[in-house]
Design a protein around this ligand. Structure first.
Ligand SMILES: [Fe+2]
Ligand SMILES: [Fe+2]
Length: 227
């Protein structure tokens, strides 16, 4: 059999698990201990099947070479989406305490929405797909689809797999849960606002429509550091 990547390139270790919590400290705010552990396990399984050592080794990009951060890795995006999603909830809960939203699913879903990126962004996979896209496609599976596979494989709830799939374009073809809807909009908002703020490479602003006029950060961006 040819063309099929190994599902696991290296063992899952406690050091790998620890790096995930270091890169995504918001994991500690997930109240359900089992869900918290499964989020870590999902990311560990996804990373161990890729060339990336840890989440922060992945580039800060929406899709490969699309919506590329000038500075900052993938963890900056994941943390930003998780924080944005929780802020959205806070705003509505303040005015409408009757809300019935599963906070743990929103937070875990936001932290896992791009859990398939180690596969789609892996240079080894990208090279293989590009060599002959007619064989297995290019990419073979987008991160949303592979992410749903990862979630279900490690026993994360179907609500989280649904968010991994539904946050992206594929979500247009299904009915979205309330929690998925929040994460999807937090994700899209994060990228679009990052673009308008001038944080993305202009040549990678693909699919953002015609209304955006990114701010020129001038000299400030040369000396700035990621917080
Ligand atoms: Fe995504
Ligand atoms: Fe995302």
């Amino acid at each position: 059999m040819r063309g099929t990547p190994p599902i696991q390139r290296r063992p899952i270790t406690d050091a790998l698990r620890a790096s995930i919590v270091e890169d995504l400290p918001e994991i500690n705010d997930i109240k359900d201990a089992e869900l918290r552990a499964k989020v870590i396990e999902g990311w560990a399984f996804s990373l161990a099947g890729s060339s990336f050592g840890r989440i922060s080794d992945m580039p800060g990009e929406g899709n490969p070479n699309v919506l590329v951060l000038k500075r900052g890795d993938q963890s900056v995006h994941l943390r930003g989406v998780a924080q944005t999603a929780m802020k959205i909830l806070e705003v509505f809960e303040a005015s409408h305490p009757e809300l019935r939203v599963d906070r743990d699913i929103v937070l875990a879903g936001a932290l896992c929405h791009d859990i398939g990126k180690p596969y789609e962004f892996d240079p080894v996979n990208k090279k293989r797909w590009a060599e002959d896209p007619s064989r297995a496609g290019d990419p073979c599976l987008r991160h949303s689809v592979y992410g749903a596979h990862i979630c279900l494989s490690v026993g994360l709830p179907e609500e989280i797999a649904h968010i991994a799939l539904g946050h992206s374009h594929e979500g247009q073809h299904i009915g979205l849960s309330t929690e998925c809807y929040i994460v999807r909009h937090a994700d899209h908002t994060w990228w679009h606002v990052a673009g308008a703020l001038g944080l993305l490479k202009p040549e990678t602003l693909i699919g953002v429509g015609t209304m955006m006029r990114p701010r020129d950060l001038g000299e400030a961006e040369k000396t700035a550091k990621v917080a």
